[in-house]
Design a protein around this ligand. Structure first.
Ligand SMILES: Cc1cc2nc3c(=O)[nH]c(=O)nc-3n(C[C@H](O)[C@H](O)[C@H](O)COP(=O)(O)OP(=O)(O)OC[C@H]3O[C@@H](n4cnc5c(N)ncnc54)[C@H](O)[C@@H]3O)c2cc1C
Length: 529
């Protein structure tokens, strides 16, 4: 069922068992798990079924610190969320990302990598990624012409990436009918959550307030609430729900909004080969996979640096494509998308040609995707003055790094240069600013991957995290958070595959919780008889 909240009677009350706030990768993944179950699921989406600039405008905000994309255009605010714009590149997080690494402050997850294993398998199916394997030997075994670079395996290994096929990428298109036709899922569009109301003791969410630009306000009541609006909006909603707790919900320890992280993308080195090569394993291959070079945990530990991955693009092509931070500059996300498509088509590159090109080249641009160290100063705050059209304080981002990021980028490129030299393959040329140890400025190519992580980080210690290892707020028993805002650290891996996996895990947890409540209810009724 679908209802547009702009056309409902003002001050309507909506009741359900579970209320999922946000219909993007996380929210839709959870909702679909409840289809055809004997529970009433309310799915609240702030935008409509299609793009609406007046709703998108609610995401506008200021940025300080490291140069970032306009906040308005770094997420999409309508049904399907930012899956309307994502690139579909997927891989699993390294087991090392889950471990406490003593050279990275506040690293580690409250559970090991194995916990996500079965959920990755399910997420893989949902994203239609094909055959499940992240082992390089598996893919090389299928195509003898793919050869890994002969580098020291104690330093670099080959990490496999999969590409989501275009038909499976846009959740808003792919799952629209499933959601709308569902008998027990009720989708409300133009249902922007502007406040979460709690009981007097602030231990339970009693209702969510939704509002839209048609001037309608409604209330939603449910047993459980799941916040799935991505990192910036999740923290914005918690911080601005101040009626019962003046510092914001879950913010007793001043953690909400902090530890904002990105996958840092740097294009500041070139690989010059002795003999031209296609580096085919590292290009997009059929059926939709490629490899990147990744740093071993042993080497990270020895050098005390962050994790990073390296990918290669033919230099003649790469020189025609500016770093994302220099092209994704418009407030309107559609304009940025158009600009990117134009850049790629002017460069003579299409999705298909990239997938299939196998020409040999002498030189390649080396793109680094670096993990960001957890940093409490890198954060989302609410604007003191400016509010959006619905009366919510705007979100501001201060994106800042520790001293580890630049050191890690320099060391990683240097290490690749040394290994290429030892193997007699070629040389690596690194941008001057990166080599200068006295200069803390990052290279001008430094971008984010539009991967918003942190802000409601997960920890079993309430002093160190906003949510526990189930994704539940420590002090509010019926409020959960889904998505990458819960990541305590973000690895050097694009997040969406892990967002879907973690969302399925949360959904299973909620099912168990609801089922055990039902059993308890039955027991109570029988005891009364
Ligand atoms: C250009 C681009 C390329 C990308 N490429 C990749 C990639 O290759 N690989 C990868 O892993 N990731 C990629 N990403 C990131 C990916 O899009 C996100 O990780 C993913 O969409 C996050 O899912 P989510 O459900 O947490 O948030 P979203 O998909 O953003 O969904 C959040 C939903 O919540 C809704 N919402 C927000 N606020 C409210 C509110 N107050 N009330 C009600 N609803 C609300 C929004 O409208 C939206 O529908 C890319 C992103 C961009 C922009």
């Amino acid at each position: 069922m679908h209802q547009d909240a702009r056309y409902m009677d003002n001050d309507s009350v909506i009741d359900g068992d579970i209320c999922i706030i946000g219909a993007g990768a996380a929210g839709i993944s959870i909702a679909l798990e409840w289809d055809n179950l004997p529970y009433k699921v309310i799915l609240l989406e702030g935008g409509g079924l299609e793009y609406d600039d007046r709703v998108q405008e609610l995401f506008r905000g200021k940025t300080t610190g490291q140069r970032y994309y306009p906040l308005k255009s770094s997420r999409l605010h309508f049904f399907g969320g930012t899956t309307g714009h994502w690139g579909g590149l997927c891989s699993i997080f390294e087991p090392s990302a889950f471990e406490k690494r003593d050279w990275i402050s506040e690293s580690g997850w409250p559970f090991p990598a194995t916990e996500l294993g079965p959920y990755y398998q399910r997420a893989h199916k949902r994203l239609e990624l094909g055959e499940y394997s992240f082992e390089v030997d598996h893919w090389i075994g299928k195509n003898a012409s793919l050869t890994p670079l002969p580098l020291n395996k104690e330093v670099f290994y080959n990490k496999i990436w999969r590409y989501c096929v275009p038909e499976a990428m846009k959740f808003g298109k792919k799952f629209r009918d499933n959601i709308i036709r569902s008998k027990n899922i009720q989708l409300f569009t133009y249902a922007n959550v502007v406040n979460l109301e709690t009981s007097d003791n602030a231990q339970k969410i009693t209702e969510a307030t939704i509002r839209n630009y048609a001037g309608k306000t409604h209330r939603v009541r449910a047993k459980y609430f799941v916040l799935a609006c991505c990192a910036i909006q999740n923290s914005r909603i918690l911080l601005s729900s101040t009626k019962q707790v003046t510092t914001g919900l879950g913010n007793e320890n001043d953690l909400v909004g902090r530890y904002f992280m990105e996958n840092i993308e740097i294009k500041s080195a070139e690989l010059w080969l002795k003999e031209p090569d296609a580096l085919q394993l590292y290009m997009r291959n059929a059926p939709n996979f490629k490899a990147e070079l990744a740093l071993t945990l042993q080497k990270q530990q020895e050098l005390k640096i962050l994790n990073g991955m390296l990918s290669f693009d033919p230099l003649d092509l790469a020189r025609k494509i500016p770093p994302f931070i220099k092209s994704w500059t418009e407030e309107d996300p559609r304009e940025n998308r158009k600009k990117m498509e134009k850049i790629y088509s002017n460069a003579g590159e299409s999705r298909l040609s990239k997938m299939l090109h196998s020409n040999k080249h002498s030189s390649f641009e080396i793109t680094m995707r670096l993990e960001q160290a957890p940093n409490s100063l890198s954060r989302i705050t609410l604007d003191d003055i400016e509010k959006d059209e619905l009366g919510m304080p705007r979100a501001n981002l201060n994106w800042v790094f520790t001293s580890l990021e630049k050191k890690s980028a320099r060391t990683l490129y240097n290490l690749l240069g040394r290994q290429m030299g030892i193997a007699g393959i070629g040389r690596v040329k690194i941008e001057e600013i990166l080599l200068d140890e006295t200069n803390s400025t990052m290279p001008s190519t430094t971008s984010g991957g539009w991967h918003h992580m942190g802000t409601t980080r997960m920890s079993d210690d309430p002093k160190k995290g906003v949510v526990n290892s189930d994704g539940r707020l420590h002090n509010i028993y019926n409020l959960y958070v889904a998505g990458s805002s819960c990541f305590p650290n973000g690895a050097a891996v694009n997040p969406t595959f892990s967002i879907v996996a973690l969302s399925l895990r949360l959904s299973d947890h909620l099912k168990k919780t609801m089922q055990s409540e039902t059993i308890l209810d039955v027991v109570r009724v029988q005891a009364k008889r």
